[in-house]
Design a protein around this ligand. Structure first.
Ligand SMILES: C[S@@+](CC[C@H](N)C(=O)[O-])C[C@H]1O[C@@H](n2cnc3c(N)ncnc32)[C@H](O)[C@@H]1O
Length: 188
């Protein structure tokens, strides 16, 4: 290959890479606008506090509503090998990242689904994890009450489920004093 054609090939490869980066950033930006939240990952300190609330022997389904880059989904699937962790994600780039990550960092008890968590069937869930926003928690409240089984748990990172008394609240020793709310579904 001549110097000129080699230079052209490198230039074209750089252009293609740049186009992919721009597409990925636009997709994340668009999802953030339409969904109302970015795929901001949970910090290491909050993850540690949240994991401490989950027993390692937990069995049954764990639904993570909005898995992002998989920060919590992988951590929970690793800590709780007998649980079946299902991460829901509707933003394409984080979802594709998680699917690629599953190929590299396999967890037999973890699956990542592309879709709206409002459509998730929570009837078999033992635990639901959410790091969303106030409006999402307000909308999800009636779904939790209608579908979650007696004795199951909801842990919400940062945003409270308004109108529901938490069983416990843990304040993380970080800059934002991030709260973790734990709710129990109790049916009479
Ligand atoms: C703040 S991030 C949390 C990421 C991850 N759970 C963590 O703690 O590291 C919230 C995620 O919820 C996703 N999301 C928002 N609305 C959604 C919906 N209706 N269905 C599925 N995912 C959604 C966003 O795309 C985003 O990745």
């Amino acid at each position: 290959m001549t110097d000129l054609s080699q230079g052209t090939a490198v230039f074209v490869a750089e252009l293609i890479a740049l186009a992919f980066v721009c597409l990925a950033l636009s997709s994340i930006f668009w999802s953030t606008l339409t969904l109302g939240i970015s795929p901001m990952p949970t910090s290491t300190k909050v993850k540690r506090e949240l994991l401490a609330l989950i027993p390692a022997e937990l069995e049954g389904e764990v639904h993570e509503l909005g898995a992002g880059w998989g920060t919590l989904a992988w951590a929970i699937a690793t800590k709780c090998p007998r649980a079946r962790v299902i991460g829901w994600e509707r933003s394409l780039v984080p979802f594709l990242f998680c699917r690629l990550r599953l190929g590299v960092q396999r967890r037999d008890n973890l699956s990542i689904r592309f879709g709206d968590f409002h459509r998730a069937d929570l009837k078999g869930a033992q635990l639901v994890i959410a790091y969303l926003w106030t409006g999402a928690m307000t909308r999800l409240g009636p779904k939790f009450e209608a579908e979650l089984p007696n004795g199951s748990t909801v842990i919400s990172h940062t945003f409270a489920w308004r109108g529901k008394q938490p069983e416990s609240t843990v304040i993380t020793a970080d800059l934002y004093r991030t709260p973790l709310y734990r709710y129990r579904i109790v049916r009479s």
